[in-house]
Design a protein around this ligand. Structure first.
Ligand code: ADP
Ligand code: MG
Length: 724
């Protein structure tokens, strides 16, 4: 019996060692997953040939001669092949083995790149396969020929033949899609799909097969999510309702602005969901500056009012510190619970990060464990084992795209009962991506920006144009004289940390052959730019500071605090300021070597300016000539629609990156499905997965699907552990 685990040696004895050595193809399953790179349709005759084109033709050998070469040692075999009307020449410089086969009268199918010698069309060292006499070529059904990645020492024919042998003997393959579901969706079985890929009769069959393979991947992903949703719906937790005259009421009463309609609406949804005894699982999407933090804070206060605690998980130390500072400031004496002069309904807001002093950390751990801190703000450090809460009621995860499901879970486990969860992200994501990455969450969107928000103008500046550059610094000086502040963002840190960067920026662009599209250049670094700016006459007298991820945390905090207070005019930094930093008085941002940042990243970055009543200005410096980079930058300059930019960004990246680290690298990462393109399939798969899990939560009736789901989950966990 032959199945996917059968060793290839027992099916295709002669080719097996070469397939194993050349491309790691050991089993029948390996060969079945050796997908064709493309297809070529084969030509019935030699009427229309083009130089350089890959052709597949059926032809007869008319004559063949082997003779010594004139100027070199060795012999050459030249055969003339014909379709009956047109001729072409086939040459082999090492005729051994070919002489006996390419004899006059033989019929064969030849494949290779067409060359030209004088007026003669030629194929040099083509792949060929001798056909039985009087054969009219391939099976009439097989008009499309799969072309595989070159296996060293193996002809494309041999791969095709090996697959033919496999399909002749193959009894069954593992099929994760329940048969009735495939039938209902009009999709072929996996075995049929594999045949459609490797032995297609034509394009329609290839397309049908591809569709089925895409659906299969979508179904596995969506089943993982459907099971999560199902489990979450079974969970029981404590309902958390704010109380009359509590913290939330006091906070609302002193809010310096009015909530937007959107903020109120989302606030009500959260309140209602937290008042239920099944945990909330909600995603809040909202552009940078749309006012998510206030919403989260109000939910946290409701949790505290109900006697519980709230944890806010931030992706970076800078952002955690910033949240801690702004929440404390917004709460005023409400954040001085238990302290002299504090409000008697007040609570305490504690910061917990990995780089705190031991004493501060000890105190924070104590506050969290004793329940003295109603709100604990922190980084990854919150997830660590030694952190415990008295009664964790609500988990808020800010800028979720930096975290995985696993981190969210790790924090959730710290509740005495499952806490309510609110995830917030400013990255606008296309619907199907959200359905996949955040598929276990219900979604709310904040579409309206708070009133008084100013527009951001963005321009691309040629960084090698001295006059423009000079003008830019003058412009910054003008802003500062008008009382405002500016950011200068660089891809590198420089100084002693030469070569180290906070965020992986884009690698240099390469063309299809892998050659760089432009000469390498030194990228702007924080320290080099700082030095230059200090020497720039237009900026004389300005207070310039640097900020990057390699600085000691206290130094970082100190700089941010000074920038917050307006004591720093110009902050030269890496992308550490990308996420969530909120200084309304900052109005200008210059991004050095902007071509090295992704579209969404640039959009996030510029969201740091124009947060107050003054218009924002973002200048994208670049010295690239690379067409694609310039197109990207112009797109950023041309629109502030984050959704449109996110789409553009995703289209330019590999699908694995779309889903985050968890998908890339894994052997089972998406091979067929494109979450952007295959919207209808993702929808269908989600619907089907939901129905399957509702009827059979543990997939007892579908062991193959259950196994694929388990493998997917394992892989995600492995990726999580790897990232640490
Ligand atoms: P996000 O986290 O969504 O990027 P923030 O919550 O940091 O946005 O809000 C950005 C700024 O807007 C903050 O300074 C905040 O105080 C302010 N803000 C929030 N909601 C409103 C509102 N309804 N009216 C005026 N200002 C607001
Ligand atoms: Mg924010």
């Amino acid at each position: 019996m032959v199945d996917e685990s059968t060793n290839l040696r027992s099916v295709v004895s002669s080719a097996a060692p070469k397939l194993a050595a050349g491309r790691d193809l050991h089993t029948v399953g390996d060969l079945l997953r050796f997908w064709p790179r493309r297809y070529t349709s084969f030509d019935a005759d030699l009427t229309s040939l083009h130089e350089g084109e890959y052709v597949v033709v059926v032809a007869d050998v008319r004559d063949a001669v082997t003779r010594p070469m004139r100027n070199r040692r060795g012999r050459i075999l030249t055969a003339t092949i014909t379709d009956g009307t047109n001729d072409m020449e086939v040459t082999f410089f090492k005729p051994y083995g070919h002489e006996g086969r390419l004899v006059p009268g033989a019929r064969a199918i030849f494949a290779g790149k067409v060359g030209r010698y004088g007026r003669t069309w030629q194929l040099t060292h083509p792949d060929y396969q001798i056909l039985p006499p009087d054969s009219d070529g391939l099976d009439a059904r097989r008009r499309l020929l799969p072309i595989y990645l070159q296996v060293p020492k193996v002809q494309n024919w041999t791969v095709i033949d090996s697959l033919n042998l496999v399909f002749d003997q193959l009894d069954s393959v593992v099929d994760v899609v329940p048969a009735d579901l495939a039938a209902a969706r009009g999709l072929p079985s996996r075995l049929e799909a594999l045949r459609g890929i490797h032995q297609p009769s034509g394009w329609p069959e290839v397309e049908r097969a591809r569709k089925r393979l895409r659906y299969e991947e979508a179904l596995v992903l969506q089943t993982v999510l459907a099971q999560r949703r199902h489990r979450q719906a079974q969970e029981k937790t404590l309902a958390r309702r704010p109380r009359e005259g509590g913290l939330l009421a006091a906070f609302d009463a002193r809010l310096p602005f009015e909530l937007t309609a959107g903020q109120r609406e989302v606030g009500e949804v959260l309140a209602e969901e937290m008042a239920r005894d099944t945990p909330m699982h909600r995603l809040l999407l909202g552009e940078v500056g749309s006012g998510k933090t206030v919403i989260a804070l109000r939910a946290m206060l409701a949790a505290v009012d109900a006697g519980g605690q709230a944890a806010l998980l931030a992706p970076t130390e800078v952002l955690a510190a910033q949240h801690h500072r702004s929440i404390t400031a917004m709460l005023g004496d409400l954040a001085e619970g238990g302290m002299l002069g504090g409000s008697d309904i007040g609570t305490r807001v504690t910061l917990l990060t990995g780089s705190q002093s031991t004493a501060a950390r000890k105190q924070a751990l104590l506050d969290a464990a004793s329940g003295d801190a109603g709100i604990v703000v922190g980084t990854h450090a919150l997830i660590q084992q030694n952190v415990s809460f008295f009664d964790l009621a609500l988990v808020v995860v800010d800028e979720q795209h930096r975290f995985g499901v696993e981190q969210r879970d790790a924090l959730r486990e710290k509740g005495n009962q499952p806490p309510h969860v609110l995830v917030m992200t400013a990255t606008p994501i296309p619907r199907t991506v959200a359905m996949t990455v955040f598929g276990d969450l219900e979604t709310s969107t904040l579409s309206e920006l708070p009133r008084g928000r100013s527009p951001i103008a963005t321009h691309v500046v040629p960084g090698d144009n001295a006059r423009w550059v000079e003008r830019t610094w003058e412009r910054i000086a003008e802003e500062v004289r008008a009382g405002r502040q500016a950011y200068v963002v660089c891809p590198r840190i420089g100084g002693d940390d030469k070569g180290v960067e906070d965020e992986p920026f884009l690698p240099q662009e390469v063309d299809e052959e892998g050659n760089p599209v432009e000469a390498p250049r030194e990228l702007a670094s924080v320290y080099a730019v700082e030095a230059t700016l200090r020497e720039t006459p237009a900026l004389a007298g300005l207070t310039i500071e640097v900020l990057h991820g390699r600085m000691p945390p206290e130094a970082k905090d100190a700089v941010m605090a000074r920038f917050n207070r307006g004591e720093v005019d110009l902050l030269v930094s890496t992308t550490v300021i990308e996420v969530g930093v909120d200084v309304p008085n900052a109005t200008v941002m210059v991004v050095m070597d902007a071509d090295r940042f992704g579209v969404s990243q640039l959009h996030q970055l510029r969201g740091r300016v124009g947060r107050g009543q003054h218009a924002g200005l973002c200048l994208l410096f670049t010295s690239t000539d690379a067409e694609s980079a310039l197109v990207r930058l112009q797109a950023v300059a041309g629109t502030t629609d984050g959704f449109e930019l996110a789409r553009l960004d995703l289209e330019q990246r590999r699908e694995g990156d779309v889903l985050g680290a968890r998908q890339s690298g894994g052997r089972n990462s998406l091979e067929w499905l494109s979450i952007l393109r295959d919207e209808a399939l993702v929808d269908q798969a989600r619907e089907d997965a939901t129905a399957l899990v509702a009827a059979d939560p543990e997939l007892a009736a579908h062991p193959d699907l259950a196994a694929a789901v388990a493998e997917q989950v394992d892989e995600q966990q492995a990726a999580f552990l790897e990232r640490g």
